[in-house]
Design a protein around this ligand. Sequence first.
Ligand SMILES: Cc1cc2nc3c(=O)[nH]c(=O)nc-3n(C[C@H](O)[C@H](O)[C@H](O)COP(=O)(O)O)c2cc1C
Length: 194
Amino acid sequence: MTFYETIMKRRSIRRFKDMPVPYAVLKNCVNAARLAPSAANLQPLEYIVVDEEPLLDIVFDTMKWANYISPSGNPPPGERPRAYIVVLNNSNVRANGFEYDVGLAVGNIILVALEECLGTCCIGSIDRAKLMEILNVPDHYTIALVVALGYPNERPVDEEFSGSIKYWQDECNVLHVPKRKLGDISHRNSFASL
Ligand SMILES: Cc1cc2nc3c(=O)[nH]c(=O)nc-3n(C[C@H](O)[C@H](O)[C@H](O)COP(=O)(O)O)c2cc1C
């Protein structure tokens, strides 16, 4: 499969198989994040890999899932992520404006995970104070984002936007994710012309 085909098929995954994720794969994900573009090459980001019980459950409890369909979008017991990559920003290196770096680093993590047949979900809804304490993160770091990972146990589908951006679950529990049309978001040479 080409990069393009892989990216076309990616969806956020919130139900996972009860299978461990090899640490070597998680290490590759972090290594790919390490080499992502970084503004002024400051490289303010660091990463904590979480892949052991009972920490997985403890970390899970600091996060909120699929807000639009809560609580049915919450990964049920037995289908929860088997690993997390917690993305930290070192504010001694860069105090603000690091979010672009985070996006690019997490993009690399998602792609490497996909190549290994892993599903991912970015989590921004986090009790950050609690997670900082759980993971012993020093005060001059902030938790930017968490990537949840595991082998997918669902197949969400994208569909053409028609009035609402809210994802929804059908009667078979398949998640439908509306995406704006290419023609509605892309412009050529000038904003006005397509
Ligand atoms: C910065 C960011 C934060 C997100 N935070 C959450 C979150 O807290 N909980 C969650 O279930 N999904 C979260 N998501 C996943 C989005 O809901 C998801 O990307 C969106 O619905 C589009 O679906 P898709 O990734 O399948 O294209 C987040 C995504 C991004 C990019």
